[in-house]
Design a protein around this ligand. Sequence first.
Ligand SMILES: Cc1ncc(COP(=O)(O)O)c(C=O)c1O
Length: 442
Amino acid sequence: MLFADDQAFAQRLDAQDPLRACRELFEIPPAARVIAAGESRGAGHAAAPAGQPCVYLTGNSLGCMPKGVRQALADELDDWSHLGVEGHLHGRNPWLPYHECFRHVGARLVGARPGEVVMMNSLTVNLHLLMVSFYRPNSSRYKILIEDAAFPSDSYAVASQAEYHGRDAEDAVMRLRPRPGERTLRTEDILQVIADHGKRIALVMLGGVNYLTSQWFDMAAITAAAKAQGCTVGWDLAHAAGNVPLKLHEWGVDFAAWCSYKYLNAGPGAVAGAFVHEEHAKRLDLPRFAGWWGNDPETRFRMGPQFVARQGADGWQLSNPPILAMAPLRVSLDIFDRVGMDALREKSLRLTAYMEWLIDRIPGNAQGELVEIVTPRDPAQRGCALSLVIKSDPRGAVEKLKRAAVVCDFREPNILRAAPVPLYNSYHDVWSFVQTLRTAFA
Ligand SMILES: Cc1ncc(COP(=O)(O)O)c(C=O)c1O
């Protein structure tokens, strides 16, 4: 792709962007508020023109608020105030089958079939519930394979699952490490570990897109290789759902879970997603932690003591859906459904390539002397985010970005993660970010 480094070029790309209207669907935090929040942490003073939005590049942490969320919440509050318990059946979006409204949109988002996806709980809870069913260690096959740089919650979850089964977690959990001197994992190395140790691995559970390096793993190849060895395969899609196109059904993934507050923009702590492959839908023999919402709706209200699992992912639900938490999800998933992951990916590839191109041209950074891009250079191995190692005074650079109302995510000791999200970020956002970095380093 051919790019130029002047501001007018960024503005031209925005003018030609077929998705430019999507930005209007979101509330981008105002620059002045972001700067004021920085000041209260002692970040110093800077002025921002009133009303101007910040450069928000942290949709991989918490996505921006869709404007439609206020009305969606107001509708549910109105129904609650006017209908009380009758809202379960007579609300404008009846609460009783509320989770079912995600059946199709949720499935399309991750390349699943209707019935394979349910929205419920939060991410770590879903990983645990699914591991209860899908981590079934025996004396010879009990290992769990994860990335060494897995998100801490995943490390805790797999270790505690191993211990729950009476295993020593140190022995049970295998961690994939990059080659010495390298920062990301090579697919060939992952496949080799699976080939060498597959017969002892009960569960492969990686992050589809790694949270720290933003590396998108070859999910199809890893799933196929692990399943050929008889392993069960689950994916944590926190940084993949809504970021990259997924084909969970086709790839034969056994289970997956993701949160909805990052790329899916459903709000802080939003209700998460879970996928269970159709091949397990009818396996009513699978052990699970049961609750009444996972019971067959035909018999749920007979209130008997005998649990009869509903077929499909719905059968893993425990409780009735939290309507006020789910209302934003309706708005956000509807946006994804209307725009489509293909169109988003097309813009995402260009937006991220543009950011990469500009970073490579920061004066004095030809060999990554100032900022090293850790995320793979191959677009097929990444989503929209780039993880950057800031070589000197990373905290200073972060504060300078904040004072210029550029919001990124920082992970100690020196990793800055910048996610140009195709739904609401512009090429001009990317240009402003790199421009601010340039001045920070100057
Ligand atoms: C990859 C990954 N896994 C798990 C979690 C934990 O999510 P939750 O707090 O929703 O359980 C996060 C949170 O950011 C994450 O990025």
